[in-house]
Design a protein around this ligand. Structure first.
Ligand code: DX5
Ligand code: ZN
Length: 225
């Protein structure tokens, strides 16, 4: 089991100063920079596209963990890859051929992730698990920061932990992150990690209190976990 990593979601950053915000969370100890991409169609909100990812790329050397909440997703994957994404995570509902989408991401030399909505079953990811670098369990319905952690997802996290451990055990050298996204705070961080998470996305919990507080916010989450 890898040590818990923290992936601040820049959805909660000051969008007028995004470059500075990315530098601030990098300096504050972020392990990944989590970028929430929304299209106002797959989810009821619109955020940022590949141009913004490209503009932010020089501001940090940490992996860009790009969470694509857009449909159809395939036509945009090459652009996000070229913009500097390191991990590209897609929802199974965002295209008809999940395996093909994963192969596309990997053919571009990027790490591939699959994200599961609260009502999406682990059965959706099981057939492709061995091909993945990351599975993201949504602990809120995607679209907005600042929502409450849905506790029924803890059981899904625990089951997925066993599934990932089994795949990793039979494939030496393989690593698959189990990332949890939504409603993470000091209390839910502990619950998610106890259930088996090893990467925690944190928007609100990272960005409260202004730039002076980011390092302490990240440290507290890591310690709680
Ligand atoms: C929701 C996004 C999350 C969100 C998390 O659709 O995928 O990454 O930014 O925000 P918090 O941590 O505030 O719940
Ligand atoms: Zn996200």
């Amino acid at each position: 089991r890898q040590p818990t990593r923290i992936a601040p979601s820049i959805l909660s950053a000051d969008f007028a100063r995004l470059g500075e915000e990315v530098r601030a969370i990098d300096a504050a100890g972020a392990d990944y920079i989590h970028v929430d991409v929304m299209d106002g169609h797959f989810v009821p909100n619109i955020t940022i596209g590949p141009l913004v990812v490209k503009a932010l790329r020089p501001h940090s050397k940490k992996p860009f963990d790009v969470h694509l909440m857009i449909a159809p997703v395939d036509p945009y994957i090459p652009e996000f890859a070229a913009a500097g994404a390191d991990i590209l995570t897609v929802h199974p509902e965002s295209g008809p051929h999940l395996h093909r989408t994963i192969q596309l991401i990997k053919s571009l030399g990027k790490r591939a992730g699959v994200a599961l909505n609260p009502a999406t079953s682990l059965a959706m990811v099981e057939p492709v698990l061995a091909d993945l670098d990351l599975v993201l369990v949504m602990s809120v319905n995607p679209g907005f920061g600042g929502q409450q952690f849905i506790r029924s997802q803890l059981e899904k996290i625990a089951t997925l932990r066993h599934m990932i451990d089994a795949v990793v055990a039979s494939t030496p050298g393989r690593k698959i992150d189990l990332e949890v996204d939504g409603g993470i705070n000091d209390l839910t961080a502990a619950d998610a990690v106890r259930a088996g998470a090893d990467v925690l996305v944190a928007g609100t919990a990272t960005f409260t209190g202004g730039a002076g507080a980011y390092a302490e916010n990240i440290r507290r989450l890591r310690q709680a976990a």
